[in-house]
Ligand binder design. Structure first.
Ligand code: PGA
Length: 251
């Protein structure tokens, strides 16, 4: 069955001690979130080991924000899926628009990254989304469809059990501009249809599709009330435990 999830993407924020405090604050309030809602914190690589100790044995699951497209070896500065797994990571975000935009991440690379993450037993939160020009040109459905096909059509229905999709319109990320619930629902329904075309209706129906882009306590309820929006990938608001928890209470 499709799971509701709220995942915090901390991006390049907090020092390790600050991150440990934030994780502790999230953990302390996690009991206030209904049992059926999955909670994930995606921390910087440097924080994973320490935050793993904080959340160990709890309902809060640990995620990375990226992983390498190679298994191991001479790839200076990279962090492999096996390394993530070894510190207690359960998930990795892949294909965030900031990585696509600033670090040249391509769909082809994302296929490799997804494959290696799944092979290590990690779950993948795959991000897709159009930029402002693409939306204004009316190409948003097309762009998201292509991104989903380019990456996920290389995987199996079985693999899809460990893949979550996050729709993140680039124009809404960190800008304070949120997609309206109608705009988000249109894309979520489209993504589910694209998944159904390849994997069948059951797999598509069971896939969790998150919304991300200036999601906050004041708009989460409206967004999460839509039938194809199963939760959120939260940036800025995930840096405050109270806001993050309030969003997770918005179903
Ligand atoms: P934002 O970021 O909530 O700060 O807009 C969301 C994201 O990029 O995951």
């Amino acid at each position: 069955m499709r799971k509701k999830i709220v995942a915090g993407n901390w991006k390049m924020n907090t020092t390790v001690p600050e991150g440990v405090e934030l994780a502790k604050a999230v953990l302390a309030k996690s009991a206030e979130v209904p049992a059926g809602v999955g909670l994930i914190v995606a921390t910087p690589f440097t924080h994973l080991t320490e935050v793993a100790k904080v959340v160990k044995g709890s309902r809060v699951e640990l995620s990375a924000q990226n992983c390498a497209d190679k298994v191991s070896g001479a790839y200076t500065g990279e962090v492999s899926a096996a390394m993530l797994e070894s510190v207690g990571c359960k998930w990795t975000i892949l294909g965030h628009s900031e990585r696509r935009q600033y670090y040249g991440e391509t769909d082809a690379k994302l296929v490799e990254k997804t494959r290696l993450a799944l092979e290590q037993g990690l779950g993948v939160i795959l991000c897709v989304g159009e930029n402002l020009d693409q939306r204004e040109a009316g190409k948003h459905l097309e762009v998201c469809t292509e991104q989903i096909k380019n990456v996920l059509y290389n995987f199996s229905a079985e693999d899809m059990k460990r893949i979550v999709v996050a729709y993140e319109p680039v124009w809404a990320i960190g800008t304070g501009k949120t997609a309206t619930a109608d705009q988000a629902e249109e894309i979520h329904a489209c993504i589910r249809k694209v998944l159904a075309d390849k994997f069948g209706a059951k797999v598509a129906d069971d896939t969790t599709i998150l919304y991300g882009g200036s999601c906050k306590p004041s708009n989460a309820k409206e967004l999460f009330s839509r039938k194809d929006i199963d939760g959120g990938l939260i940036g800025g608001a995930a840096l405050k435990a109270d806001d993050f928890i309030a969003i997770a209470q918005s179903f």
